[in-house]
Design a protein around this ligand. Sequence first.
Ligand code: ACO
Length: 442
Amino acid sequence: AQNIGIRAIDVYFPSRYVDQAELEQHDGVSAGKYTIGLGQSRMSFCDDREDISSMCMTVVQGFMEKHGISYSDIGRLEVGTETILDKSKSTKTVLMKLFEESGNFSVEGIDTTNACYGGTSALFNACQWMDSSAWDGRLALVVAGDIAVYASGNARPSGGCGVVCILVGPDAPLALEFPLRGTFMEHIYDFYKPNLSSEFPIVDGPLSVTSYVRAVDHAYTAYLDKLEKVEGVTNPSLRDIDYIVFHSPYTKQVVKGFARMAYNDFLRNPENEAYAEVQQFKDVSREESYGNKVLEKAFINVSKKEFAIKTEPSLFAASNIGNMYTGSVFFGIASLVTQVPYEQLKGKRVAFFSYGSGCAASMYSFRFRSDTAAITQTLDLAARLESRIKASPVEFESTMELREKTHNAQDYEPAGNVAELFPGTYYLQKIDTMWRRAYGRT
Ligand code: ACO
């Protein structure tokens, strides 16, 4: 198969959000902490009517209806998520319910989990299947997303919620550049979920931030090495990448990630005149550079203009929704095609930086090779984000309490208001005495 990659993409996020400026006030933190400090404007959240299975069903069924694709055309379905409902049964098998009517039960692929990285791994699996002799000519779906919730406290405003459905096929408008990828993985306890009776992660915030930046260093360096080896690019740098979409825990972290790429370019080529103003950082060791706020600010400044063109447009959904863990980078590409017209994207390279705590990270890239206007139109992202309902911080908090109290409930009927869900949303009707979940659709 030729030009394997992203043929279409759709997203789902819940109908309710909380305003981050109102949350600052409610939480009694200084004005600007969440909106400027974290760079977040709104945060999506859901109540006990939705779980990761219902959300994945919503996005997949919505995708198939909008794009007029038949379930019998799908030969592989991969799910990337870290929102685990069951230690054995995968979300993928729940999604097979949607295939029943078509009679297609021959669908490979299963769930992939490691913090926010599972979506990237799922996408690699689908593309590699299509590139292999095991491919039977059918299309693949990649579903990625999470309910990102934190215990009350300083991490809570960095939550969010959303899932994506991606159609992978040959002759794709966004073709994966197979050999161009740089990966970095290591063992670190920055964010993990060892407590299986809670939905919340254990987070070492400062360590997770450094780990993200370290992963940028390594994955970007490995990616540049591939550009050099595979494409014969001399002195590869940011210049060779037109757009960069990042995993966004909150958008300020992405500003820092981009600045870090500039810092790496500077270390590779300190004589470049673009870096004339930051020469004082030439002798700072890499280890020392991680906690160096002056260095961080200097490279944010020096990369500001390039960031505004290459990355900022991809943060539209992230600033309006929050973290979506495995779905985050894909909401980034959905935002980019929404914010930048195809005439500008045509022929350009877009790199993805995917980071999952623990940690697993990759930088990889796609080429825009044919019109993405149909994807943008079907996504209708801006209008859909605007059609949400604003909830007060008090409602948000009581909803988080409800989810916390009813996590892992058995023989339970959810309390959330079905009337507030978007049309076409799957919702939890009941959990029976054997923890089996039944769903309806609005
Ligand atoms: N106006 C403007 N900026 C402000 C204000 C204000 N009033 N108050 C604080 N800030 C700035 C701070 O200076 C800081 O900026 P800096 O990052 O440039 O230093 C920023 O806002 C955040 O403030 P902190 O005091 O550092 O925030 P806190 O420690 O309370 O929480 C944290 C931040 C650690 C990221 C927390 O939200 C968290 O743990 N989140 C979950 C982990 C996470 O997302 N990690 C990222 C990668 S891993 C992943 O994807 C899950």
